[in-house]
Design a protein around this ligand. Structure first.
Ligand code: HEC
Ligand code: HEC
Length: 478
């Protein structure tokens, strides 16, 4: 075990205050500012009850268990993986710090870790036996007979913190919170996920738990696994000729793409878990092309209550990036006080609105568009805004609830999105000059911190309900 030292605890406190507090709260109760947007809820550390342990159910976790959760993150939830942005010393420090929220760690010691090795070889027989046990122990009551999470109890499950529990699709490798290797699954079945309805199945023999593991593992669609970097460095590509905001411009074919990991703040099946990012710059302008898969485009502009697809790029203003690992960057969620972010948002309904207007203009050939739109009976589309001519908006924020569009005269982003064959492709374009101090500055050799958010209409996303990435470093050309 890592010894607790005063120095480490100061380091842990600093990390917690800068990286964890927005979700887990100042006193570790799981009620940080972001909590309204999060499902499942951030952990309340005061109980000392941990879902992920290598120790038996009911025991405290080992320090290394907490360390691993922080480093690897928790898939399918708002809990990011921190291994790319924190040093191991910082992670050990924050492990000690969050233990301090619960007296259990003072009075109690963790039990010995569950023995996982050696892993028995899966065979058709062990898989068949596992399937039988799956049926007999009624795993399907919660997980469904097809493992996709739609069991009869699945929608009425609560954890000990009184929050509703989401049952994930166990055939989807990306949905596993704690890994989908055989040893990870075996550990889940042997140690349980304390605090949740997922109990330890220690009344089954070791062999039975391995058979179950083999069965569950055999049902995972391994080829669906989509690894992507939580925090990566991306290069901006310098191009010779013109740049524009056409998503289908052939220049993009030659520009390298980076896959950035995204996390759903609110649990769902099949969340968008990566966004493909390309960036091009020339002497005058910079453009970003973003792509993500979405089988059902939501782009209607006719009804206000509809949920629409949208995407946003967020930039940290100031020189945050220079101090990155000193933790002076804004909260990746929405900035925070005195740490302002610049946000560019594209919306599918605005895109549709603009295209509808163009079609109307074409069809009516010369009839005054304002008359068309405000003219009552002739108007086929109620909510058209005749003044909107770009589907993107530029905003700033310094924390939740502070999102503010820049004035019309300072809006300087162009953009366009197209949906084709299950993929949205959206380009944002801006000239390099800035119009005010709230615009992100692009300069050679000066890296920029950048993050992404996607709203999926089919998942009822809007406002804080979305998938987001952590900060990525964008390297400008030399
Ligand atoms: C954007 C919100 C967010 C941030 C920021 C965040 N967390 Fe979390 N964290 C969560 C959520 C949500 C969960 C619960 C996931 C679940 O229940 O499956 C969680 C769970 C955890 C757990 C799981 C404990 C267990 O039960 O096994 C640990 C440990 C943890 N967070 C530590 C941290 C630390 C340390 C930081 C800062 C370095 C941090 N978190 C930052 C949202 C966040
Ligand atoms: C009473 C409901 C219930 C029953 C019965 C149940 N589970 Fe679960 N299981 C859950 C819930 C809820 C979760 C997710 C907990 C969370 O995400 O915090 C879960 C999670 C899991 C996970 C995913 C772990 C991860 O890394 O994300 C596996 C694997 C699993 N269960 C297997 C089983 C098997 C096999 C059985 C039968 C032996 C079973 N469960 C029985 C409720 C149940």
């Amino acid at each position: 075990m890592e010894a607790m030292s005063a120095e480490k605890n100061t380091l842990g406190a600093t990390v917690y205050k800068h990286m964890c507090i927005y979700c887990h709260g100042a006193d570790g109760n799981g009620g940080g500012k972001a909590v309204d947007y999060l499902y499942p809820w951030p952990r309340d550390f005061r109980t000392g009850i941990y879902k992920r342990r290598s120790t038996p159910s009911g025991s405290l976790p080992l320090d290394s268990d907490i360390y691993n959760t922080i480093a690897e993150g928790i898939s399918g939830t708002g809990m990011p993986a921190w291994k790319d942005s924190l040093t191991s010393e910082e992670i050990w420090g924050v492990v000690q710090y969050i233990k301090g929220f619960s007296d259990r760690f003072l009075n109690d010691k963790p039990a010995l870790a569950v023995q996982v090795d050696p892993i028995p070889q899966a065979t058709p027989e062990s898989i068949a036996l596992g399937e039988k046990i799956y049926r007999e122990t009624q795993c399907s009551k919660c997980h469904g007979s097809d493992l996709k999470g739609r069991g009869e109890l699945a929608y009425d499950l609560f954890d000990i913190w009184d929050h509703k529990v989401f049952v994930y699709d166990l055939t989807n490798p990306n949905a596993y919170k704690y890994g989908f290797d055989q040893k990870d699954i075996y550990l889940t079945l042997t140690a349980g996920l304390d605090g949740t309805p997922m109990k330890a199945y220690t009344h089954l023999t070791d062999e039975e738990r391995w058979n179950l593991t083999h069965y569950v593992h055999s049902q995972i669609q391994g080829d669906k696994f989509e690894p992507a970097g939580f925090e990566i460095s991306m290069n901006v590509t310098t191009v010779e000729g013109e740049i524009d905001f056409d998503p289908e411009n052939p220049i993009w074919e030659k520009i390298p793409a980076h896959a950035v990991h995204t996390l759903p703040l609110s649990a769902r099946n099949n969340p968008v878990n990566r966004i493909k990012v390309q960036t091009a710059v020339n002497d005058e302008a910079i453009a970003f092309r973003l792509q993500w898969s979405d089988p059902n485009p939501d782009r209607s502009s006719t009804r206000h209550e509809d949920f629409k697809d949208a995407v946003a790029i967020e930039f940290a203003l100031g020189d945050a990036v220079l101090h990155k690992h000193g933790h002076s960057e804004p909260f990746f969620g929405m900035g925070n006080r005195a740490k302002v972010v610049n946000i560019w948002q594209w919306r599918a309904d605005w895109q549709t609105e603009i295209e509808t207007k163009k079609k109307l203009e074409y069809a009516t050939d010369g009839i005054d568009l304002d008359v068309m739109i405000f003219g009552g009976e002739v108007n086929p589309v109620d909510s058209l805004n005749p003044f909107r001519d770009v589907p993107v908006e530029e905003m700033n924020a310094e924390g939740f609830g502070t999102l503010t569009p820049q004035p019309q005269t300072k809006q300087n982003i162009l953009g366009k999105g197209v949906w084709k064959d299950g993929i949205w492709t959206v380009v944002f374009y801006r000239t390099l000059e800035t119009l005010n101090k709230w615009d992100i500055v692009f300069q050679n050799e000066r890296p920029v911190l950048i993050a992404f958010a996607i709203w999926d209409g089919s998942n009822q996303d809007r406002n804080g309900r979305k998938v987001i990435s952590m900060w990525q470093k964008l390297e400008m050309p030399n």
